[in-house]
Write a protein that binds this ligand. Structure first.
Ligand SMILES: Cc1cc2nc3c(=O)[nH]c(=O)nc-3n(C[C@H](O)[C@H](O)[C@H](O)COP(=O)(O)O)c2cc1C
Length: 410
């Protein structure tokens, strides 16, 4: 596994909620990715998960007590607050959220949050009624307004037997969020509505065959997670892929280019500031769909008649008062020439081009390199993980959106 959190220092704060039983697993997910994790338990959290287990999985001392002379003599609370790149609080109980909102410093964890300049993220976990209470929602909104990142909660079956929103995100999802937060320390897309299309499209020939391509969707999914970390409201229109949905993303699954076109336009019509077309959309589909499986006839070859699919990127770029539009181009040769021609032909604001076929890059790989073209020039983003690349690309997009109006950048 690629060490995407290599060198990152995370304080994992644990509140006194039932979901604390997942904390050792979360520590493992974070350390597997290369992070150094210092666990800090809220004053009551040790009732739910033992410091000994957490120390064993993190390989570092676990802190619980603010007023502990021995701990202060080792890494004191201010040093710990300075050490952290990210303070991730999971589970964040209703009580802990209230204490954080109130600016309390009544235990080590809340004191650290006040004393740190690190990004703070909370993963609420509680009974659905507690989550729906106006006091809790008010606390969460106030924290979000203050720049605290709110991860989840998810909806589903709860430990108390209720069903609804209030479940802590799963450790894998939280580790993905931590990755994104370590890159996107400043929420550059706060309040923006972003639509991203990702993955391949499958164009059915008959009930068992289709025309597809090798896109895995990893780049588009990384962009969706990164955009959430940057504070955007994200709709992800996904072709057929085997990827789990990044936390906080509204996902719409489609199969064909036509379905993707319709879903993207539906999402754009309900409000969209930024559209990123990262899907590998089939240019052509079979002219006719055979209701029964196509059969071989003798030794003769076969010619497939194809019809053009709608051009999603160009049609979004052509919308009146449409969003800032970013396209992707995968090329095997003459990258710059093809990319510039696509930028102009489709009238998009920005085009991210990648050369496919190089080892470790492009389709299905976990890393990639991009050259980004717009009206002002080009920027090269060297080979790196798709998560890191997604953040770098979003920063370029945010800069371009800040610095230009739609008409200026065309
Ligand atoms: C068995 C049990 C489970 C609990 N689970 C939760 C929970 O999931 N979420 C929550 O907000 N509070 C939960 N509570 C209540 C908190 O433990 C209580 O509010 C505590 O003061 C929170 O402390 P903290 O601020 O250190 O997190 C639970 C209490 C008990 C007895």
């Amino acid at each position: 596994m690629e060490l995407t959190l290599e060198g990152r220092r995370i304080v994992l704060g644990i509140g006194a909620g039932i979901a604390a039983y997942k904390a050792p697993q979360l520590v493992r997910r974070l350390t597997e990715r290369g992070a150094a994790v210092r666990v800090v338990l809220s004053s009551s959290a040790a009732q739910f998960v033992t410091p000994l287990s957490l120390q064993a999985v993190s390989g570092l001392p676990v802190s619980t007590d603010l007023l502990d002379p021995a701990a202060e003599a080792a890494m004191g609370h201010i040093e710990l607050a300075r050490w952290a790149d990210l303070i991730l609080i999971a589970p964040a109980t209703a009580n802990l959220l209230a204490r954080l909102r109130g600016g309390m410093a009544d235990d080590l964890l809340t004191t650290l949050v006040l004393a740190s300049r690190a990004t703070v993220a909370v993963a609420p976990a509680m009974n659905q009624q507690m989550w729906a209470h106006p006091a809790t929602l008010d606390n969460v909104n106030a924290l979000a307004d203050r720049g605290v990142r709110v991860l989840g909660p998810a909806a589903g079956q709860q430990a108390c037997g209720d069903e609804g929103p209030g479940r802590m995100l799963e450790p894998d999802q939280l580790a993905d969020c931590a990755e994104h937060l370590c890159y996107g320390s400043e929420p550059r897309l706060r309040g923006l509505r972003v639509v991203i299309s990702a993955g391949p499209t499958f164009e059915d020939l008959d009930p068992v065959r289709f025309l597809g391509n090798r896109s895995s969707g990893k780049m588009g999914f990384a962009l969706a997670g990164a955009a959430v970390a940057h504070g955007a409201e994200v709709t992800l229109v996904a072709g057929p892929v085997a990827l789990s949905t990044p936390a906080g993303v509204n996902r719409v699954d489609v199969r064909s280019a036509e379905q993707m076109h319709n879903a993207v336009h539906e999402a754009a019509a309900s409000g969209c500031d930024l559209y990123i077309g990262a899907a590998a959309v089939a240019d052509f589909k079979p002219s006719a769909y055979a209701l029964n499986k196509l059969k071989k006839s003798g030794d003769e070859g076969m010619t497939l008649a194809l019809a053009q699919n709608p051009d999603i990127l160009a049609s979004v770029a052509a919308l009146e008062n449409g969003p800032f539009t970013v396209g992707f181009a995968a090329e095997t040769e003459a990258l710059e020439q093809h990319a510039r021609s696509k930028l102009e032909r489709k009238k998009v604001h920005m085009l991210a081009a990648n050369r496919v076929g190089r080892p470790g890059c492009g389709f299905d790989a976990d890393s990639n390199a991009l050259t980004v073209y717009d009206a002002n020039g080009e920027t090269t983003l060297e080979q790196q993980s798709k998560v890191s690349l997604a953040h770098r690309l979003l920063v370029l997009v945010a800069d371009a959106m800040d610095g230009s109006t739609r008409s200026e950048s065309r």
